[in-house]
Design a protein around this ligand. Structure first.
Ligand code: NAP
Ligand code: GCO
Length: 267
């Protein structure tokens, strides 16, 4: 039997939120490579257009929609449009996310709430919008992009860690509540990935040396490098495919081993 077929996404519609670039784009590219039809959204038309051009460059005819994932009406309208124009959503990747790095006692409540809104409330809103059609269709896959901050804290990321910790438990709850409808909901927990979101942590210093945090992460990662967004494509295809039909409620960490390693003695 051609076992690789279990990893095929042929005939599937995948909605990857916030996927004009970064991790979402890389996951969408991998899923397209496995045969999925790609749908993505961004908050402005010019960003959607930029994303469409980027997919085009990769030979992918994606479907782009303007949608702020924190706006429930917009999400419901977009989900209905996707179903009408592209097809029932078989795979949802809740990827859209923000981070605000501010010491907690200096953080304004509105900033804390905004991070929770995008990184936790939105995955709830979007999942709620797509699950009924998945149930009707006989099943589906939901992949929530969690984080190492679903497990660890660190200075300045209180809102983000609270959101991503909550997203881990939302993942487990969707798995528990909708597993009987053949819906598998899992998370991917990327380690430190080189994208615009982490660019400030990798900025060269005035003297040309590497950012201390950059050096810290590389010394803490057995792979000795930052992750690339493309490192997440394979795990995402696995969790979106029939190969993972009995995997449910899990967070698959793709972190180069950082969580297993005490770290290298500074030279
Ligand atoms: P990124 O480069 O900042 O991209 C985030 C994407 O989300 C952008 O396309 C952004 O669109 C979109 N977005 C933000 N708010 C949105 C909203 N309200 N509605 C719709 N789209 C919205 O981040 P990334 O590094 O690719 O991260 C993607 C996901 O992985 C996030 O959930 C992040 O928390 C998670 N993650 C990242 C890392 C890492 O090391 N990079 C590690 C673990 C987890 P705009 O361009 O319009 O802002
Ligand atoms: C930070 C980073 C991390 C990564 C990622 C790690 O400031 O610590 O942005 O939060 O984005 O979430 O898994």
């Amino acid at each position: 039997m051609d076992y690789i077929k279990n990893y095929s996404l042929e005939g599937k519609v995948a909605w990857v939120t916030g996927a004009s670039y970064g991790i979402g784009f890389a996951i969408a590219k991998a899923m397209a490579g496995a045969g999925a039809t790609i749908v993505f959204n961004d908050i402005r038309q010019d960003l959607v257009d930029k994303g469409l051009a980027a997919y085009e460059e990769e030979g992918i005819r994606a479907h782009g929609y303007v949608c702020d994932v924190t706006d429930e009406d917009a999400v419901n309208a977009t989900a209905a449009m996707i179903e009408k124009e592209v097809g029932v959503i078989d795979i949802l990747v809740n990827n859209a996310g923000i981070i605000k790095r501010i010491p907690m006692i200096e953080m304004e409540a509105k900033d804390f709430r905004q991070v929770i809104d995008v990184d936790l409330n939105a995955p709830f809103i979007v999942s709620k919008a797509v699950i009924p059609a998945m149930i009707k269709k006989g099943g589906g896959k939901i992949i929530n992009i969690c984080s190492m901050m679903s497990e660890f804290g660190r200075e300045t990321v209180s809102a983000y860690a609270a959101a991503k910790g909550g997203l881990k438990m939302l993942t487990r709850n969707i798995a528990s509540e909708y597993g009987e409808y053949n819906i598998q909901c899992n998370g991917i927990g990327p380690g430190y990935i080189a994208t615009p979101q982490t660019a400030p942590l990798r900025e060269k210093q005035a003297d040309g040396s590497r950012h201390p945090f950059d050096q810290f992460i590389v010394s803490k990662t057995p792979a000795g490098r930052w992750g690339e967004a493309s490192d997440l494509g394979g795990p995402a295809v696995f969790l979106a495919s029939a190969a993972s039909d009995f995997v449910n409620g899990q967070i698959l960490y793709v972190d180069g081993g950082i969580q297993a390693y005490i770290g290298k003695q500074p030279s």
